[in-house]
Ligand binder design. Structure first.
Ligand code: NAD
Ligand code: DAU
Length: 340
């Protein structure tokens, strides 16, 4: 197999780090370079076991820094770019939209400009089902397909949708060989404890209140992160250039049900649940139709929510220091300790 060098941006975050581990395990002859700005969401400690691996290199840098990114592309000669780097938390985008537009849209532009200049063979944009807006709770027959119109609710989803349109424009205008994947809610190891599932696990373990927005009836289509990584792996190797692929499917749960399952697994009382003010513009239901990626690439989600949530809870129990260091802020010291 050809020696391939892949740039993975945002690889110190949740899905990017899982993807790096997946790729290093599956393709021992590939070279992986991770570019990450180590924002509050980036945790270099997650990648610590890979430091010293001759197939892996970590580079601290910002995808919006044009000169830095161009120099990196010039030095490294990447074949493939997979862009995970983003501001990813909806609640933060409601408080401070600017950084979302900057990283998610302009950062994508910089990466694509460098990909054009250095003739990258494939630029893959990791996008989200949130670009399709939401579905009503009483229409369980409706699902997001790749043809569903783009309709966004939050500054986060608007920034991701803008980036998707730009990626498609670079394909049409400049013939950049792109693919886009739009995925539903992921869960699993290394998920930052501000998002629903890891937040609820870590707070329940500390016997703290569990803040459920509104009435908790909102539905998300949960995907175990390893299944997402397998789908991206298939798309970058076998997906058709210029195409969008939806990833997810048939693991729909209301937020309240998710929280109750977590409490049951941890043997904690439901009295910890606290209903709090709803998120502004809160999307009701996400649900992916994965027919296209199933028909073209043979992908389907393998992990049922009932199994994935057990594995995830076990991981958070076995790796308390990982999330406790995040809660205490200590995780941000690791990079400095490595680069004194
Ligand atoms: P995350 O917030 O856990 O990680 C984001 C990573 O990007 C962090 O390591 C951060 O340091 C890095 N980063 C942020 N700004 C950067 C910049 N300017 N330059 C370089 N690096 C920067 O996010 P995640 O949940 O792993 O999501 C990864 C991607 O997948 C995002 O593009 C997100 O929109 C998309 N996505 C996420 C989900 C989900 O459920 N988490 C679902 C669908 C799509
Ligand atoms: O659908 C894909 C998207 O999933 C990704 O694009 C985003 O990057 C990712 O963060 C996620 O977005 P959500 O807004 O769906 O995820 P979050 O974990 O923030 O919230 C999940 C649901 O739980 C949502 O309906 C809001 C609710 N919630 C969330 C938090 C943090 C609560 O009820 N209480 C909370 O404290």
């Amino acid at each position: 197999m050809k020696n391939i060098k892949i740039l993975i941006t945002g690889g110190a975050g949740f899905i990017g780090s899982n993807f790096i581990y997946h790729m290093i395990d599956k393709y021992p002859n590939y070279k992986i370079v991770c570019l990450d700005a180590l924002t509050y969401a980036g945790n270099l400690g997650t990648l610590k076991p890979l430091m010293g691996n001759s197939n892996f290199k970590f580079v601290k840098g910002d995808i919006t820094d044009r000169e830095f990114v161009f120099n990196l592309f010039k030095e490294e000669h990447f074949n493939i770019v997979v862009n995970f780097a983003a501001e990813s938390h909806v609640d933060r985008s409601i408080k401070n939209p600017g950084v979302f537009l900057n990283t998610n849209i302009l950062g994508t532009q910089v990466l694509m400009d460098a990909s054009r200049e250095y003739k990258i063979e494939r630029y893959h944009q990791v996008s989200t089902d949130e670009v399709y807006g939401d579905l009503p709770l009483n229409r369980t027959d409706l699902f997001f397909t790749e043809e569903t119109p783009i309709t966004t609710s939050s500054p986060y989803s608007a920034s991701k949708a803008s980036a998707d349109l730009l990626v498609q424009a670079y394909h049409k205008t400049f013939k950049l060989p792109i693919t886009i994947s739009r995925c539903s809610n992921n869960y699993g190891p290394y998920h930052f404890p501000e998002k629903l599932i890891p937040l609820m696990i870590s707070r329940a373990l500390n016997d703290e209140d569990l803040p459920v927005y509104g009435n908790g009836e909102n539905i998300r289509d949960w995907l175990y992160v390893e299944d997402h990584c397998k789908a991206i792996d298939l798309i970058i190797h076998k997906g058709r250039v210029g195409e969008v692929y939806n990833i997810g499917g048939h693991n729909e749960k209301s937020n309240l049900d998710v929280v109750k399952i977590i409490l049951r697994e941890l043997n904690k009382p439901e009295s910890l649940i606290k209903y709090v003010t709803d998120r502004a513009g809160h999307d009701m239901r996400y649900a992916i139709d994965p027919t296209k990626i199933n028909n073209e690439l043979g992908w389907l989600p393998e992990t049922k929510f009932e199994d994935g949530i057990k594995k995830t809870i076990k991981w958070y129990l076995d790796n308390k220091s990982w999330w406790k260091e995040i809660l205490s802020g200590d995780y941000q010291n690791y990079y400095n300790s490595m680069h004194k």
